[in-house]
Design a protein around this ligand. Structure first.
Ligand SMILES: [Zn+2]
Length: 461
């Protein structure tokens, strides 16, 4: 039985109906940064590096993940996986960035100038992402600003008023500058970064007056007829995201903990994306019998009640609509890396040259956004089933904690070993089924499942 069609029931539609209930939180082990294999600082460094690789935030499709390998010689190997490889020039960007980071490290006397170089490289690569952070909410931001100016000018702290006015002035300049510059020149980027620097200082001061700012947002939400709620803090955080990540990166470069890493010569290995075709049947009877089978295997009682039947009918309609829309699934980039490392350690290269090595990666996969629910399930299944003693602790591979949302389409990874693949697929499907069963039991007040379901589960892969 194919586990993947079940994910079509784990869609946004289902998630919205029961926010924070499905998939059931808390059960899945999330990676801990107290691991002996990777420090919190290292994890942060890798995530920050991955985050700046992303050039089109909020646009579905671009996700980046990477690992760092430090062989016994003077190489550092970054293995890069993207959901859409080759489109965003991420490899070229990383090479440029690494040269600038190394240069900053080797000549601390010129740190201001070298830091500027890093800002220019990161902002040039991320300029579209910066636009997407600032512009889509700009009109809402202006409405909030107009309301705030009209209602609070006579009261309160002049300093904070001045700060907020300055913030909106800078944002207005940024919106204008970003409209002009599709491929900005160095001078334009330096100008944008200078404005970001001032914006950051104002926002820091506003963060200290959090209660006052929150009060303004509440007043705005209450006064607006259409209950407009402007998330000022999140908006500003989004605008500053790239700037803050660049600053962190500069800090990390000068941190002695990373002397070894940034002192090495970078070799980059870009993995080609893996895309699997999805061709689910579109007839209703297929989906009805598929889900009836799942419900039966999970031994859920009371599924004959009309309310439940009607709701399932609607879920099936949504699942078919999803199947109609989505015809292929990329292997999510973090899983692409995991399966790549697994397979290359199972049959290591003969020669240690450039990006080829028999050394396992450090135990952390940096991701441009937290892994999705299904990837989290898959990492867990890999940890449970992989022969870790043979594979240099790859089962202790950590990532950011997964979010409780499914990014459909999703594809199952293979690890080049039929037996291992089968046992991982089995555990992934079992977890999907149990979570789905819990979700509908919770939603419809149906009989809860027994705890030792794994032993009772009427299914073998
Ligand atoms: Zn994923």
């Amino acid at each position: 039985m194919d586990p993947l069609p079940l994910l079509n029931f784990f869609t946004e539609h289902a998630s919205k109906q029961v926010k924070n209930v499905w998939p059931v939180p808390g059960k899945r082990p999330t990676p801990s940064l107290r691991s002996p294999y990777v420090t919190a600082a290292f994890a942060k460094a890798v995530d920050t590096l991955t985050a700046v690789c992303l050039s089109q935030a909020n646009k579905p499709g671009q996700k980046v993940a990477l690992t760092v390998t430090l062989p016994p010689d003077d190489r550092v190997i970054i293995t890069l996986a993207e959901n859409r490889c080759g489109v965003e020039d991420t490899g070229e960007f990383l090479q440029q960035l690494w040269v600038a980071l190394k240069s900053l490290k080797s000549s601390p006397g010129e740190s201001a100038e070298k830091s500027n170089d890093i800002f220019v490289i990161v902002f040039r690569h991320g300029v579209r992402r910066l636009k997407r952070r600032i512009k889509p909410l700009w009109e809402d931001a202006m409405k909030f600003y107009a309301f705030w100016q009209a209602s609070t000018t006579k009261s309160g702290d002049e300093n904070i008023h001045g700060r907020l006015t300055a913030v909106f002035d800078i944002l207005r300049t940024l919106v204008d500058n970003l409209s002009e510059a599709n491929t900005p020149t160095r001078a334009q980027i330096v100008d944008i970064v200078t404005q970001m620097d001032v914006l950051y200082r104002h926002c820091e001061a506003l963060a200290n007056a959090r209660a006052r700012v929150k009060q303004w947002c509440n007043e705005y939400a209450q006064a607006s007829e259409d209950a407009a709620n402007f998330p000022l803090r999140q908006y500003l955080r989004g605008c500053l995201d790239l700037y803050i990540n660049t600053m962190s990166l500069i800090d990390l470069t000068t941190n002695p903990d990373f002397d070894d890493m940034f002192g090495r010569t970078l070799h980059l290995k870009s993995l080609q994306p893996e895309i699997s075709p999805l061709d689910y049947p579109l007839d209703k009877s297929y989906w009805e019998s598929y889900i009836a089978d799942i419900l039966d295997r999970c031994e859920i009682m009371g599924t004959k009640i009309p309310k439940f039947q009607r709701a399932m009918d609607e879920e099936i309609t949504h699942a078919i609509a999803t199947a109609e829309k989505i015809k292929s699934a990329p292997l999510h980039c973090e899983l692409r890396l995991l399966s790549h490392h697994h397979m290359s350690l199972a049959s290591p290269p003969e020669h240690e040259v450039e990006a080829e090595t028999a050394t396992p990666p450090r135990n952390y996969i940096g991701t441009s956004e937290p892994p999705c629910y299904a990837c989290g399930v898959c990492f867990h299944a890999y940890r449970e089933k992989s022969p870790y003693h043979m594979l240099n602790n790859l089962d202790r591979m950590y990532t950011q904690s997964p979010i409780l949302r499914v990014d459909v389409p999703w594809a199952m990874p293979n690890f080049g070993n039929a037996q291992l693949d089968r046992s991982i697929h089995w555990l992934v499907f079992l977890t999907f089924c149990l979570d789905y069963a819990k979700f509908i039991c919770h939603q419809f007040g149906l009989l809860q499942l027994p705890h030792s379901l794994e032993t009772k589960f009427k299914w073998a892969y």
